[in-house]
Design a protein around this ligand. Structure first.
Ligand SMILES: Cc1cc2nc3c(=O)[nH]c(=O)nc-3n(C[C@H](O)[C@H](O)[C@H](O)COP(=O)(O)O)c2cc1C
Length: 243
């Protein structure tokens, strides 16, 4: 199994120590991307990625090699310490550069392990934010390790090991989990937008060329009859709302 680690901390300290511990329970090969070393300029808000296609981003040459690595990996490990009750600016800047995935989700078979450290607060909120972002990208299943370092001299490893093993076993199994209703809703929102009478050019191109317009969700992910019906209903409602 191939794992990609995207480190959103600017240093290799508390968060990294947790990653190193987690790696002991994960079987596979690891590649590391430390965002601090990537020197991705701040997103300038040109909207080119969303409107014209991601290859038109002025920072495409910096961002795309990381995206290609995500495409190639079996499992993603993504990390951030809590900074002012949110992710680091480093990780947020990366997320800003990949916001087009909200419109054009791709990673329907991917699983992630989210690692968040903090002094004392915000870890759940930040892990949930990363989870939400990845789900918008299409991710199938995300695991979370959240850890408050304040006042602890030694790393408590039990919870880290348990979650890391679960993640590793799941990646190895290649099982595809059923999506949440919210994931289906967003899928239908963007599908309805892409098939509207005035679609965003890049979105229309993506949804039609990938064939996703013909499905209730990615064909790589099985929906039970209730979720299928929910998907069709959402599309119907969205089409009417957009009209
Ligand atoms: C700029 C900055 C903002 C921070 N904000 C918070 C915060 O809002 N809440 C908190 O509990 N810890 C906060 N911390 C503490 C870090 O989250 C904590 O020390 C973390 O484990 C550092 O991880 P690292 O060693 O990987 O950098 C902050 C630290 C920095 C440098």
């Amino acid at each position: 199994m191939k794992y990609l680690i995207i480190n959103g901390s600017p240093r290799k300290k508390n968060t990294w120590k947790i990653v190193k511990q987690a790696q002991k329970s994960i079987e596979g090969d690891f590649e590391e991307v430390h965002l601090i070393a990537q020197n991705i300029p701040i997103c300038i808000g040109c909207m080119n990625c969303m409107m014209e296609g991601e290859e038109n981003c002025p920072h495409f040459s910096k961002v795309n090699p990381i995206i290609e690595k995500i495409k190639e990996c079996d499992g993603l490990i993504i990390t951030s310490p809590v900074y002012a009750m949110n992710v680091t600016g480093l990780l947020k800047n990366f997320f800003d550069h990949t916001a087009y995935f909200y419109h054009r989700p791709e990673f329907f078979t991917k699983k992630a392990l989210i690692v968040v450290s903090t002094a004392g607060a915000g870890q759940k909120k930040v892990a949930n934010y990363i989870d939400e972002t990845l789900r918008h990208w299409g991710f199938n299943k995300n695991y979370k390790i959240t850890y408050a370092c304040g006042g602890k001299d030694t790393l408590e490893t039990k919870g880290i090991d348990k979650t890391a093993k679960k993640f590793s076993d799941d990646v190895k199994s290649r099982k595809i989990h059923s999506p949440k209703f919210m994931d289906i809703l967003y899928f239908e929102v963007w599908k309805a937008m892409a098939t509207s009478s005035d679609p965003i050019k890049a979105d229309k191109e993506f949804w039609f060329s990938s064939g996703l317009v013909n499905y209730d969700f990615s064909p790589k992910v099985k929906l039970n009859p209730i979720k299928k019906a929910f998907s069709k209903l959402m599309y119907f409602i969205m089409k009417r709302a957009i009209k």
